[in-house]
Design a protein around this ligand. Structure first.
Ligand SMILES: *Cc1c(COP(=O)(O)O)cnc(C)c1O
Length: 481
């Protein structure tokens, strides 16, 4: 192709033709970069580092799109992770629904930003509309609640904890954190979460200036859920010791086990002590789409805020998450007026500016992906996706629970199964590495000091035969080490 690469999209027919061709060539490059159903090329990290290092950084003279695409196709794409493969199951890292790849193209073409209405008119209105719908979906009132899309579960969680802290300080100490910073009592404020909850809670507490010490870890029961008795005792002791419990986090789907805390019991305790109850449903929120399993998360509506990740069970491209807040007033912790961005007089005339709901300023129009996926699939289509994932985990668990070669200590409630070959830590580690070099990627974690393997099953194309064949291969490899 001799025509110069167009700088930008425009209303010119030539530009549109040339850009359409670039998109077709890009798709060909993607499809040419793999030829089987494996998840990964299996390349050694040192060899890959060498290849990537040889690519160069910034040439004096640009090479043109075609040349660069060729190089990308040759060196980078073959070693990317193929999330759509049914041999990929280590993390809460999903394949993506095809229609939402198209959404990403639209998002990139327009590059609207969510901070002010005049940077994304339809984007602002659609995000607001989706947030209202999501609040209703999870059992929050549509009026008076609020929410915002974020870059991921970690940001949604820290947003919730900031909101909880500011609300508590005003309520309890009549202290305005936004104006005055942390109150004198801050070294005695505590957030409660299970010992196997996500590390983003510790990170959040550090960033908030309260440190890891302020995160109290509640022991879990044999099904990996918060032990309510232990939580109750902890609260009694802490309050007696002069501490201030301000927030608790119920995990709806722990990252490793998919276990779901009892938010009903936690709600009672939070009410007793005047605490905010946050639901970290980064993983388990997807269950809301399943007619068969959504009861497992029905207590989510009792919480004050919810973290939803769309780039996990909902199968949307990274990044896509939301924080939902039952009492919208608590989200005002991020409100601030800048003369150049969000004048109050405009907001009075309907030009709403979402910058005041977010930690971010410039922000992606991720709500479009949720809209397009919801409309494309409907509750029925999404329900089938979730049911398949949960059903597969249950099938896999049953299959290995009766096999003496394996141990599988926790029955899955969601779509992850933690298990191990009974033959010991070293064998399990070697089996995972051997599978990786064959292009099958499974997870590894630790439970009670023991190395465990993990299947995180999100792929709706995964069938029982594939599960059976991986189980057989794991046993075969296990007997070789
Ligand atoms: C994945 C996960 C997070 C973090 O979400 P990101 O989108 O990766 O930032 C938080 N909590 C739980 C329970 C998770 O599984």
């Amino acid at each position: 192709m001799s025509a110069a690469d167009p700088l930008l999209l425009s209303d010119s027919k030539d530009v549109q033709d040339r850009f359409s061709q670039m998109i077709r060539e890009t798709l060909s490059a993607v499809f040419n970069s793999y030829s089987d159903d494996s998840a990964f090329s299996g390349i050694d990290p040192y060899e890959l580092r060498q290849k990537i290092g040889d690519l160069g950084f910034l040439p004096q003279k640009g090479k043109g799109f075609e040349e660069v695409l060729k190089e990308t196709e040759r060196t980078i794409l073959p070693h990317m992770l193929r999330t759509w493969s049914t041999k990929y199951m280590p993390h809460l890292h999903s394949p993506v629904l095809t229609e939402t790849i198209c959404s990403e193209l639209i998002i990139a073409c327009f590059n609207d930003s969510m901070d002010s209405w005049d940077q994304g008119p339809a984007a602002t209105e659609l995000e607001e509309s989706m947030v209202r719908g999501l609040n209703g979906l999870f059992g929050f009132p549509e009026e008076g609640s609020d929410g915002c899309f974020t870059s991921g579960g970690s940001q949604s969680n820290i947003s919730a904890i900031i909101a909880a802290r500011d609300w508590y300080c005003m309520n309890r100490f009549n202290w305005d954190v936004k104006m005055n910073g942390l109150p004198p009592e801050y070294t005695r404020m505590r957030v409660y979460t299970s010992e196997i909850s996500h590390f983003s809670m510790d990170k959040a507490s550090h960033i908030l200036g309260m440190g890891y010490r302020a995160v109290r870890k509640i022991p879990v029961d044999s099904r990996c859920r918060i032990d309510l008795r232990a939580f109750e005792r902890m609260l009694e002791e802490d309050v007696a010791a002069g501490l201030f419990p301000y927030c608790a986090v119920a995990t709806f789907g722990t990252t490793d086990f998919g276990s779901i805390d009892d938010a009903e019991g936690m709600r009672e305790l939070c009410d007793r002590y005047g605490m905010h109850l946050h639901a970290d449903a980064a993983y388990g929120s997807g269950l809301i789409m399943s007619q068969q399993y959504k009861d497992r998360i029905k207590s989510i509506s009792l919480c004050d805020s919810i973290t939803v990740d769309f780039h996990k069970m909902f199968l949307l491209p990274i990044s896509c998450s939301a924080i939902l807040m039952k009492d919208g007033e608590r989200l005002k912790c991020f409100e601030l007026h800048a003369d150049y961005l969000n004048r109050e007089e405009d907001e009075e005339d309907g030009y709403i500016n979402l910058v005041g709901k977010s930690m971010q300023t410039t922000r992606r129009f991720d709500a479009l992906k949720v809209f397009m996926a919801f409309q494309t699939r409907g509750i029925d289509g999404y329900g089938r996706i979730i049911d398949t994932a949960v059903g597969n985990a249950s099938y896999f668990y049953q299959r290995i629970a009766s096999d003496p070669a394996f141990i599988a200590p926790v029955e899955p409630e969601l779509s992850s199964v933690v298990f191990a070959l009974a033959s010991g830590d070293e064998v399990n580690k070697k089996v995972r590495r051997a599978l990786l070099s064959e292009g099958t990627v499974i997870g590894q974690t630790v439970m009670d000091g023991r190395v465990m393997l993990k299947f995180t099953l999100l792929n709706p194309n995964l069938g029982h035969e594939r599960i059976d064949s991986i189980v057989a291969r794991i046993k075969e490899l296990g007997s070789q080490f």
